[in-house]
Design a binder for this molecule. Sequence first.
Ligand code: SF4
Length: 576
Amino acid sequence: MESDSDVPCAVVLPMTEIDVDNFASLEESSPSDVMQPTTFSLATREPLQSAPPTIANQKVLNVFVVSTYAGGSPPQNAVSIFNLIDDMSQDFRVSGNAWENHHFAILGCGEQVYGKNFNRFAISLQEVLSRKGGYAIFGKPHLSDIDTTERDTAKFIVRLKKYLSAETKCTPVITAKPKKQRKESAEADIEEAAGTEDGAADEMINPRIRQGLTKQGYTLFGTHSGVKLCRWTKSMMRGHGGCYKHTFYGISSLACMEMTPSLACANKCVFCWRHHTNPTAREWRWKHDPPEFVINGALDGHRRMLKVLRGVPGVTEERLREAMQVRHCALSLVGEPIIYPEINKLIQLMHQNEISTFLVTNAQFPDRIRDLPPATQLYVSVDAGDKASLQAIDRPIFEDFWDRYLECIRLLALKKQRTVFRLTLVKNYNVEQIDGYISLVRLGKPEFIEVKGVTYCGDNGEDGISMRNVPYHHEVIDFCKLLLERIGDTYDIACEHEHSCCVLLARKEFKIDGVWHTWINYSKFFELARSGEPFTSMDYLLPTPDWGVYGSAEKGFDPSQIKKKLRHKGPIAGGC
Ligand code: SF4
């Protein structure tokens, strides 16, 4: 393995998910008398194991493939190794040319929507490695954007191959620069990467997004919208029970369509089951389809997916007919629906077609929330009770994300129709923040608070969650009780749906003469919405059936349905 050649061998050190096979081709480019490229992940090794290899008299080419975490920091499981390298780089006892035999190249995998934090970690890593004489073979990190990662990786590998096959003697150069110069360099890197784009796409759905989301079962239509058949719709079509919204608000899960008019989002939440295949954006920057097209495209795509269920055991013609007549729309599939420029018109069209709207927003666009027309039920995802946790969980791209969040919540209090806080509990992330949640509830005064255990839908990669983060139903109830104890006398537990690990807290006004009224009178709502006259949530109520009320023997399962035994104990994945 050892050689006194001046030609560096290559060690590929990925700090993000990459297809390491791509780098195997480096082997062909390396001269045969030197160590061949090896690939391992810094993220899965102990820091000391991961320290760059040191071989006497041999230069080593360390190829780092790195992503960037919230606020420009290293990805979570590369923090230890980065801190180790950073500490060494600042330790006066370590010689100034200690890493002169370490040549390096960095491929940053980032997203330009993060602005000045685009590939920030790749840039920081370059600075740190340069401090003790590490030699950056390309001068700067190679920064790629999510839309062009494949192409950029290929280019990067070509550059590496050229470098390795040149067999030129490499003279170590200390590339650390004065602070001011380094800043300019970082900015130039960002601009350079921005310039490598193909130009602004005029359609949101590009081949990468289409491929990623289609693989996950979405039907995409037009240039920015998608629809997916919810697992609860399928369940109720087979007579096996509806979702928690059936229990809490009386929707018919089999007549529910889950869709979004915008696949783009301003967050990259750790629990998002879309695996971040959708684009991230601060504002709408694509051409848009008219709302009539969006509603027709959604209904069309939804009905095509329903037809496929014909013949599935339990799916009767009667249920299929009922399902074809869509009566509810969950605008919460993926992305942020309210950035679609014609969201208001779309909501109104839905109501004209007697389709109720359950609109979920992630609280980053206050202007849009202010201007929204009445939705049947308006949700804000309240993913954390304090700023640091919100940043860690939602990984927002806005720098003023916390102010936006608070403003959206404040605006919710001004709405006259039904408002809901959606709390998704992620163990070890956000369950300890009771005080923060209480302040937010006081600010937003939601009529309902849905508390739901996060659903685990497979590994989301380095920042994802695992089954360890999924609370049990009894833990969700305990959390609700703690919240109630501290919040005062305004709310109480109204309903539960054990199947999806979800509990509903409602303001006590909804308990009329001792009976909870959390269900919705949909035809009354459409009438009110079409009238153009002011109305409030108290104008379209219905009593909650006994089986839906918290503490019932059914635990929220509709007794007219046939319960299927769960194969696992956690909540069911899918749904909204
Ligand atoms: S989980 Fe959401 S999308 Fe599925 S049926 Fe219920 S409301 Fe509709």
